[in-house]
Design a protein around this ligand. Structure first.
Ligand code: CAA
Length: 246
C-alpha cells in the first residue's frame, strides 16, 4: 500500500513540485486547495496528468480551525492514516511596516502561521497514536534573516521554526519527526511577481546568482520524508544558494 502525504497549497509553485516529487517517490498525495479553488485545482491536476491513485484533490481552508478539524477527521476516517504532512500553503502581502494595514498582517499570520495549528493538530495526534510520521514545514530564508517589506511574512516564517522545534520535542518519543525546509528566492509566481528592479537587486545578492528551482526545494522535502531522514528532527534545512548561512 502506498504511503499517504498531505500537501497544503499543493498547486502553488513549490507545492506543485513537492507533489510531483512525492508522487514520483511512490506516495499518494492529498493535495489541498482553498475554498472556491476546485476548478483551478482540477485544471492543475489535468495539466500534470495525475491519476486518482497518485493525487486526491481536497478542499481545505487552512485558516479555518473548525473546518480543518472536521475535514481532516473525515479524511482520516476515509484514508486511515496520513504518513507525511507538508505545511506549504503561504502568501505574501509585502509592504513597508509604516504602510502595512491590519489585514495585510492578519492574512499572512493566519495563512502562514495559524494554519500550522489548524492542519497539524488533528494529524499530529493521529501520527503519535500510530507511532510515526513526518511533518515538514516550508518556511523561508526571510524568516531566518528578516526582509525589508516583510515584517508580517518574516514573523510568520520565523514562528514556524519555533513551532517545529517544540513539536519535534513532543513527537520524538512517538517517532514523529518535525522539520523545516527554508527555501531562498525560488522561481515561482510569488517571487516573479515582485517588481523587476527589486528582484534584480535581490538576485544580485545571492552568492549563486540565480533563483532556486522549485524541484530543488522539493528534493529536500522528499529527503526529510524518506527513510534516510528518520533520525533528523527539529532541524531547519536551508536551500538558499548561500543567501543566508547560519
Ligand atoms: N533595505 C533598505 N532600504 C530599502 C530596501 C532594503 N532592502 N529596499 C528598499 N529600500 C528603500 C528604497 O531605496 C526606498 O528609499 P527612498 O524612499 O529613499 O527612495 C524606500 O526604501 C522605499 O522602497 P520601495 O520604493 O521599494 O517602497 P515601496 O513602498 O514601493 O515597495 C515593497 C515596498 C513592496 C516592500 C518593496 O520594497 C519590495 O517588494 N521589497 C521586497 C520584498 C521581498 O523581498 N519580498 C519577497 C517576496 S517572495 C517571498 O517572500 C518568497 C520567499 O520566501 C523568499
Amino acid at each position: 500500500m502506498k504511503k499517504l502525504a498531505l500537501v497544503t497549497g499543493a498547486k502553488g509553485g513549490i507545492g506543485s513540485a513537492i507533489t510531483e516529487k512525492l508522487v514520483e517517490d511512490g506516495y499518494r498525495v492529498i493535495a489541498t486547495h482553498f475554498t472556491g479553488g476546485a476548478e483551478c485545482a482540477q485544471e492543475w491536476f489535468d495539466e500534470k496528468k495525475f491519476n486518482h491513485d497518485q493525487v486526491r484533490l481536497f478542499e481545505l481552508d487552512v485558516t479555518d480551525t473548525e473546518q480543518c478539524a472536521s475535514r481532516i477527521a473525515k479524511l482520516l476516517e476515509e484514508e486511515g492514516t496520513v504518513d507525511v504532512l507538508v505545511n506549504n500553503a503561504g502568501i505574501t502581502r509585502d509592504s513597508v511596516f509604516k504602510k502595512m494595514n491590519a489585514s495585510q498582517w492578519y492574512d499572512v499570520i493566519n495563512t502562514n502561521l495559524n494554519s500550522l495549528f489548524n492542519v497539524t493538530q488533528p494529524l499530529f495526534a493521529a501520527m503519535c497514536e500510530k507511532g510515526g510520521g513526518r511533518i515538514i514545514n516550508i518556511s523561508s530564508v526571510n524568516g531566518q534573516k528578516g526582509q525589508f517589506g516583510q515584517a508580517n511574512y518574516a514573523a510568520a516564517k520565523a514562528g514556524m521554526m519555533g513551532f517545529s522545534k517544540s513539536l519535534a520535542a513532543e513527537g520524538a518519543r512517538a517517532g514523529v519527526t518535525v522539520n523545516v525546509v527554508a527555501p531562498g528566492y525560488t522561481a515561482t509566481p510569488m517571487v516573479t511577481a515582485m517588481r523587476d528592479d527589486v528582484l534584480e537587486s535581490i538576485t544580485s545578492q545571492i552568492p549563486m546568482k540565480r533563483l532556486a528551482k522549485p524541484e530543488e526545494i522539493a528534493a529536500s522535502v522528499a529527503y526529510l520524508a524518506s527513510d534516510a531522514g528518520a533520525y533528523i528532527t527539529g532541524e531547519t534545512l536551508s536551500v538558499n544558494g548561500g543567501l543566508y548561512m547560519q
